[in-house]
Design a protein around this ligand. Sequence first.
Ligand SMILES: Nc1nc2c(ncn2[C@@H]2O[C@H](COP(=O)(O)OP(=O)(O)OP(=O)(O)O)[C@@H](O)[C@H]2O)c(=O)[nH]1
Ligand SMILES: [Mg+2]
Length: 232
Amino acid sequence: MEPNRREIEVKAKLLGSNNMQADLNRAHFRENNCLAINLIGSPGAGKTALLEKTLPQLIVNLQVGVIEGDIFTSKDADRIAVHEVPVVQINTGGGCHLDSKMVSKVLPEFDCKSTDLMIIENVGNLVCPADFDLGEAFKVIVLSIVEGDDKPAKYPVIFRNAKAVVLNKMDLEAFTDVNMGNMKQDIRIINPDIHIFEVSCRNGNGLEAWTSWLSQEVTAYQEKENLAGTKL
Ligand SMILES: Nc1nc2c(ncn2[C@@H]2O[C@H](COP(=O)(O)OP(=O)(O)OP(=O)(O)O)[C@@H](O)[C@H]2O)c(=O)[nH]1
Ligand SMILES: [Mg+2]
């Protein structure tokens, strides 16, 4: 059923107000020379597992903060806290995505000036978070390959707007009928510039490439911001 005019107006207003706060969040991150990324994927794709596996490498050279989005619990924040990085949980109380206002409310809990990388794990959902800019520099998708190779074609919006996709659970490839060639081809048709990483958070394969790419993105962001003279 087509949305009526009133529904379209309400959605436009909601997104407009979200975008305004997102721009303020982005300016805040920029002023503090902190690269913020928005990590998006279906429930169980392995977003928190990816953080658990990569934080030990990242924190060797970087100050990292984590914002955990969840509908009700603080289970993910508890998993991240073990790694001794500042972490704040946001509970949406039923909402299927984070929005920029929720993020702005927790930013004062971080020392953003000394944070190089802020990772925002969104609520498990491949659809709703696509519309809501949080003020991040870019989006990263985590996709479990066992969800099927048709998922990029079925949920293209999120792939169109992301800078990287982490194809997780590669250790399970042999137990599924997933066709990795088709999956990657569909992703590249939707977004030819996207970076694709094939990893297993279970056995660790492929994680080094992902971690070093992310570290390079932090360096590139900070050099760019320094050149622009925004570092205080
Ligand atoms: N076999 C296998 N299991 C994995 C892998 N990565 C994560 N898992 C498992 O998948 C399940 C879900 O992982 P999570 O990290 O909680 O997924 P998530 O995307 O953070 O989930 P939500 O926050 O609920 O959306 C857990 O049981 C993990 O142990 C992997 O590479 N291989
Ligand atoms: Mg999680």
